[in-house]
Ligand binder design. Structure first.
Ligand code: FE2
Length: 208
């Protein structure tokens, strides 16, 4: 039990203030999203893992199996949000307006152009039924970028892709500001992507 507590997951520091992503994402949304939603995924993940370790020590297979959906949901929520915070930045601190280098070349190769990539990504992401995430992921087997969507908090890795860039389209991510117009929110998020961080994620995905 002690080991489980020592290795428990923590809410990572947000790399900017709650108001840093305004006007694209309001401070109110950021504060709720980070301090309530992401924090709840971390708390519930740790709780489910603690119960899982306890069940495992008792060879209670039924409980172990029953806990797997909570681990997947909350673990996915923690992983997804931890990526999301780091690929966004304040417009005033943005050093690149568009992707550069090999990542930009691969976008052109795999989608035709950045505009086509955006169009396809936005259509797929806006079209998610209910809650989920839209992603551009790297397929290591075929060495190419792909657009994918995930329901709920399912991690993109379950589809065999390495997450490079993504947008949370749960209503908690935009409804207070954009109401039901998910398309406006998704389109606006492109203004605050931190391309340096995204290019770094791409380099890591392609180099190992
Ligand atoms: Fe979220």
């Amino acid at each position: 039990m002690e080991n489980a507590k020592q290795s428990s997951y923590q809410l990572p520091d947000l790399p900017y203030d709650f108001s840093a992503l305004e006007p694209v994402i309001s401070a109110e949304i950021m504060e709720l999203h980070y301090t309530k939603h992401h924090k709840a995924y971390v708390t519930n993940l740790n709780s489910a893992l603690e119960k899982y370790h306890e069940a495992e020590s008792k060879h209670d297979m039924a409980s172990m199996i029953a806990l797997q959906s909570a681990i997947k949901f909350n673990g996915g929520g923690h992983v997804n949000h931890s990526i999301f915070w780091t690929i966004l930045t304040s417009v005033s601190k943005q050093t690149e307006i568009n992707p550069k280098g090999i990542f930009a070349e691969m976008i052109k190769r795999d989608f035709g152009s950045l505009d086509i990539c955006k169009e396809k990504f936005n259509a797929a992401t806006v079209g998610i039924q209910g809650s989920g995430w839209g992603w551009i992921g790297y397929n290591k087997n075929f060495k190419r970028l792909e657009i994918a969507t995930c329901p709920n908090q399912d991690p993109l890795s379950a589809q065999g892709l390495v997450p490079i860039l993504g947008i949370d389209v749960w209503e908690h991510a935009y409804y207070l500001q954009y109401k039901n117009v998910r398309a406006d929110y998704v389109k606006a998020v492109w203004q605050i992507f931190d391309w340096k961080q995204i290019e770094e994620r791409f380099h890591l995905a392609t180099s190992c």
